[in-house]
Ligand binder design. Structure first.
Ligand SMILES: Cc1cc2nc3c(=O)[nH]c(=O)nc-3n(C[C@H](O)[C@H](O)[C@H](O)COP(=O)(O)OP(=O)(O)OC[C@H]3O[C@@H](n4cnc5c(N)ncnc54)[C@H](O)[C@@H]3O)c2cc1C
Length: 395
């Protein structure tokens, strides 16, 4: 049996960020345990898009704080070699007349009220930024210059390296099998595939596997594992790194698109995915139907991509809560346990700020922003964080 001051379960981008921040806040001896390897969960499947655009105002603030860290990642980690792989290409979002228009207007106003630079641009200005797309149906277009995409795996491993430099121990290939609790229900350690580890603070960042918490404690985990398909399409025209990420609220699948380098576009639907019976991030089948469905929407918006070919494809799994927003903070019924799960397909852009907040919460420090809106109890009280766009990771 080994004793630590804090144990983090899961070495995805959230767990690695938590571990780094715990060390930075002087938590003492910190241990991270992962069943597989750093970043090998859903983090390695991420599309990596970074934006502060949200219809849920609390998320805007979390994303803004995280963007500040992404922008100066090496400086923040005090490691000149650290990189987030950031491409600061901006974020363009457009809606036609119809059901999404009011939500877009209100979200853009919300961002502006938070002091975020968001430009309302006309169709010509949108075409200047993304000449391969058509905007003739757009009734409202927002452009956020401080946005883009980055590499989630690189961010996770960079947080891990910085954490290790500060003395954090990361053990891969170790499965946590149960949570140890005393008679009062307080968590004091974990039983694992290699033995017992004890610590007064346990932080679970297990993503789609967070249902373990329910099995270990009886506290419900309101979560579904949803598989999504991502395509890289090779078109006749380049989608350069200078061209913005594009969110197409006019397409049936609320497509998100970004450059994948050269003439390739990374694209996926922003709606609900395939619900899995058990959490599993193994590759699923990418059906011809899915390729045709997404491909035809792409061709509608990007006419020259009518002739695009499929360069690559993969599946990834979201940890989806009923309101498509995460559960963050202490679980009141289990003192000593802090959780961060349910990122519902938009956790990467929040990972630096959320890691900080979860570390602060676990250590009993004042948090940068209140975690109350993200409390687990919202699913009991009904104070949900449902976004104005309905189902989907735009939230
Ligand atoms: C296809 C796809 C596209 C996405 N695109 C974006 C995007 O564009 N922008 C954005 O912001 N977000 C995006 N996301 C979401 C974002 O990538 C995730 O929210 C984020 O990576 C989740 O990180 P995590 O650390 O919570 O989870 P994970 O990376 O899944 O890490 C959880 C870890 O916990 C470990 N674990 C679980 N249970 C145990 C146990 N019992 N014992 C030991 N270890 C355990 C697992 O092995 C795993 O490594 C996307 C996600 C997917 C799948």
């Amino acid at each position: 049996m080994e004793r630590y001051d804090a144990i983090v379960i899961g070495a995805g981008v959230i767990g690695c960020s938590v571990a780094y921040h715990l060390a930075r806040f002087g938590a003492g001896r910190v241990l991270v345990l992962d069943r597989t390897q750093i970043g090998n969960g859903t983090t390695s499947q991420s599309s990596g898009i970074l934006r502060t655009h949200y219809s849920v105002i609390e998320n805007v603030e979390l994303a803004r704080r995280s963007w500040g860290i992404f922008k100066d990642f090496a400086g923040y980690l005090e490691d000149e070699d650290a990189s987030a792989g950031l491409v600061n290409c901006g974020y363009l979002i457009a809606a036609p007349e119809g059901p999404k228009l009011a939500a877009l207007r209100s979200a853009l106003e919300g961002q502006q009220a938070q002091g975020i630079e968001v430009q309302l641009i006309d169709r010509d200005a949108a075409r200047d930024r993304l000449p391969i797309a058509r905007f003739d149906d757009a009734a409202l277009i927002g452009y956020e210059p401080e946005a883009g995409f980055a590499d989630a795996y690189l961010v996770a491993t960079s947080f891990a390296r910085a954490a290790r430099r500060l003395g954090v121990k990361i053990r891969e290939g170790v499965e946590v099998q149960t949570l140890l609790r005393d008679e009062a229900g307080r968590a004091f350690g974990v039983e694992t595939s290699v033995g017992r580890f004890e610590a007064p603070r346990i932080i679970s960042t297990q993503n789609i596997w967070a249902g373990d918490i329910e099995r270990w404690t009886g506290v419900p985990t309101p979560l579904k594992a949803e598989r999504h398909t991502v395509l890289a399409l090779e078109g006749p025209e380049a989608y350069t790194f200078q061209m913005p990420v594009f969110k197409d609220l006019g397409s049936p699948g609320m497509l998100y698109c970004r450059s994948y380098g050269g003439k390739q576009m990374l694209v996926s639907e922003g709606t609900a995915g395939e619900v899995l019976a058990t959490p599993d991030n193994e590759q699923g089948e990418v059906s011809m139907d899915a390729i045709v469905e997404v491909g035809s929407q792409v061709a509608e918006r990007f006419p020259s991509y009518e002739t695009a070919g499929l360069a690559s494809s993969w599946t990834g799994v979201y940890d989806v809560t009923p309101d498509w927003n995460p559960v963050l903070g202490a679980l009141p019924d289990v003192p000593g346990l802090t959780v961060g799960y349910g990122f519902s397909g938009h956790g990467f852009k929040l990972s630096p700020g959320v890691g900080r907040l979860l570390a602060q919460a676990a250590l009993g420090l004042a948090t940068d922003v209140s975690l109350q809106p993200y409390a687990h109890e919202r699913f009991r009280t009904g104070s949900l964080l449902t976004g104005k766009y309905g189902v989907g990771a735009v939230s």
